[in-house]
Write a protein that binds this ligand. Structure first.
Ligand SMILES: [Zn+2]
Length: 619
């Protein structure tokens, strides 16, 4: 982060998150919060919650949450800095671009985008207008990609020579080091630059909001010994695992029909799009990633995966299915006839026939079964058992319990197996998935005793007090935060996770920032973030229940007094804990002289406890 914290904070607090999100999501008031349908996952009942008081949002369905910047980053797939800039503009705060660090980070991104725009224009002009581009134009005609479609996808042509882009870059004052970093040019020894893309059809890759973030170049003149595809390297504007080719063009249609079609290549996607099948994205050769699936899940949870009939294509499809199932997608699979891909198929048979075939897509289980059948796995009892196990394993990836149950039933019917048996098998995989999903637990100590011993009553009280302290720290009240840190420091916390949360508030407090929306932004651990979100937005809210607890006589009505009360309880229990520890040591030491010191320490602790109990705390 490079923009000064105070500036970020000033901009953030000038905007109202409820008003802002209302531009994108229909919100209605419920209790203290606002709720609406989550824009980041498909849902029918609202679990997307916005707090005006705390200036944060959180979805209890997909766990996306944070402050106004995070919302904009996620919604538009933009960087933090872009998001700050946009809100700054909106609230009329002038970001001080004299600030070296801001301008460095900010202008780096903008510079890269600008270079890519210039490059895209250059490639496109080559294709559409230049004489040398004729060879590429002829090729695209042969591939039946119309000029109008070429324009929509910004297709281009890279000249055959070694320095035509280098020269263009020089003429347009493009920084050559930047162009090199973006993979447009490269340099040999003595710093002589040359074009990376030569004699290739160029496919610009867009971010979901339409910025050119990278290029893919495809050979088309029958060259051998060189890679068919050449792609931009990763950069601060291009993360391969997070981008889906075609999404910018198809996202509206995907939302509209609530279904996406996934194909492998650029050409497949463009061919379908041109024929009017517009809800299509391409994994573009790489195997599908969790991030790509998460991105897609903002638009739909229904997908048809189309893949080439060759073995590599099938393997890729199987892997994709697993990733999609894990994120609750409804997965159907379509396998085209041997030797066909979506591009060749739709050009040969047309849209109507393609859509007919699309209807024959099988759900993933049927698909897998027919694959195993084709491999002859059901002919031998040994391989049959293996195949059934694989099917159950896939079913275990489905999170929805009801759906999972139906799948198990259909396997049991198909293979005439007892459901109970399959369920046992299923539970094995469920356990395994759970284990893989959980963070690693600490190794056991050498004596073999498990670490998680039964908690004593004191430990339970201590833990719940620490939880309350964390809630108080995230209340966004400077006085409360100050009072806590006057007495209790992050390292005093016994619970490691809570200690790390306290540390975040502590560091931020030293920098003069205590408001909830800024603090939540700093919590990187997903689990802890969800924990904080649920206590600050959920029903269990200290501030909301103050009055209630006060009226039932449980706590002081005043939050400051309530804090003092909690701190005191915490100190008392810590003192008791220390006394007990010392007593235990005394017992173990026999007649060691150290005992005297420990006894003295305990006397002091008891006195401290007495003083604390007698004290009246005024703030
Ligand atoms: Zn959600």
């Amino acid at each position: 982060m490079r923009i000064p914290e105070q500036t970020i904070e000033e901009i953030r607090s000038s905007a109202n998150i409820v008003d802002f999100i209302s531009n994108y999501v229909q919100l209605r008031k419920r209790g203290k919060n606002f709720i609406g349908l989550c824009p980041f996952h498909q849902e029918k009942t609202p679990s997307f919650t916005v707090s005006e008081e705390k200036q944060i949002f959180h979805c209890f369905g997909c766990h996306t949450g944070g402050n106004i910047y995070k919302f904009l980053m996620e919604y538009k797939s933009i960087s933090f800095i872009e998001s700050v800039q946009e809100i700054a503009e909106m609230v009329g705060i002038n970001l001080n671009f004299q600030d070296a660090e801001v301008s460095a980070a900010q202008s780096e991104l903008e510079r890269y985008y600008d270079i890519n725009v210039l490059a895209a224009k250059y490639f496109s002009d080559n294709l559409l207008k230049s004489e040398a581009g004729e060879i590429a134009r002829d090729y695209l005609v042969k591939r039946n990609i119309k000029p109008q479609t070429q324009k929509i996808f910004g297709l281009g042509f890279a000249m055959n020579g070694w320095d035509s882009f280098v020269n263009y870059a020089k003429e347009n004052q493009i920084n050559l080091e930047d162009a090199q970093l973006l993979g447009l040019i490269d340099s040999k020894n003595e710093g002589k630059f040359y074009d990376k893309y030569r004699g290739r059809i160029i496919f610009p890759i867009f971010s979901p909001n339409g910025r050119v973030i990278a290029f893919g170049g495809r050979v088309f003149q029958g060259e051998e010994n060189i890679a068919k595809y050449l792609n931009s390297p990763e950069s601060s504007i291009y993360l391969k695992r997070k981008s889906l080719y075609g999404l910018y063009h198809s996202k509206d249609e995907i939302r509209k029909v609530n279904k996406a079609i996934m194909v492998e290549g650029y050409m497949d996607l463009i061919a379908l799009y041109q024929h009017g099948v517009k809800n299509v994205v391409a994994s573009s050769g790489t195997s599908l990633t969790d991030d790509q699936v998460r991105l897609l899940s903002r638009y739909t949870k229904n997908i048809i995966v189309i893949f080439d009939a060759d073995t590599a294509g099938k393997k890729a499809a199987m892997r994709s299915i697993e990733i999609l199932l894990k994120q609750d997608f409804d997965v159907n699979v379509l396998s085209l006839p041997q030797g066909e891909d979506p591009d060749s198929f739709i050009n040969q048979f047309g849209k109507d026939h393609f859509e007919e075939v699309l209807k024959t897509a099988k759900n993933f289980l049927e698909f897998q079964t027919s694959e195993y059948e084709a491999e002859g796995m059901f002919e031998d009892p040994k391989t049959e058992a293996e195949a059934i196990r694989e099917l159950v394993k896939s079913a275990a990836f489905v999170n929805d319990e009801l759906k999972r149950g139906l799948l198990i039933r259909s396997i049991s019917r198909k293979f005439n197996l007892r459901e109970k048996l399959l369920e046992t098998e299923l539970n094995k995989y469920l356990q395994q998935n759970l284990k893989n999903a959980r963070p690693k637990v600490k190794a056991r100590p050498k004596d073999g005793k498990p670490i998680s011993k039964v908690k004593t009553k004191d430990e339970i009280i201590l833990n719940s007090l620490e939880r309350e302290l964390i809630e108080l720290l995230f209340e966004g009240n400077e006085e409360i935060v100050g009072n806590i840190f006057d007495t209790i420091l992050p390292e005093d916390f016994t619970n490691e996770s809570l200690a790390s949360l306290a540390k975040i508030v502590y560091d931020s407090y030293l920098a003069g920032i205590v408001d909830t929306a800024s603090l939540i932004d700093k919590v990187e651990n997903e689990k802890l973030k969800n924990f904080i979100m649920s206590i600050t937005l959920g029903e269990y809210q200290i501030s909301a229940s103050w009055d209630e607890r006060a009226s039932s006589g449980k706590v002081e009505k005043d939050p400051i007094k309530y804090t003092a009360d909690t701190i005191k309880k915490y100190q008392l229990i810590k003192i008791d804990e220390q006394i007990k520890k010392n007593d235990q040591k005394i017992e173990n030491l026999g007649d060691d002289p150290e005992i005297l010191n420990l006894m003295k320490a305990n006397d002091e602790l008891r006195q401290e406890k007495k003083d604390l109990l007698n004290s009246q705390i005024y703030y």
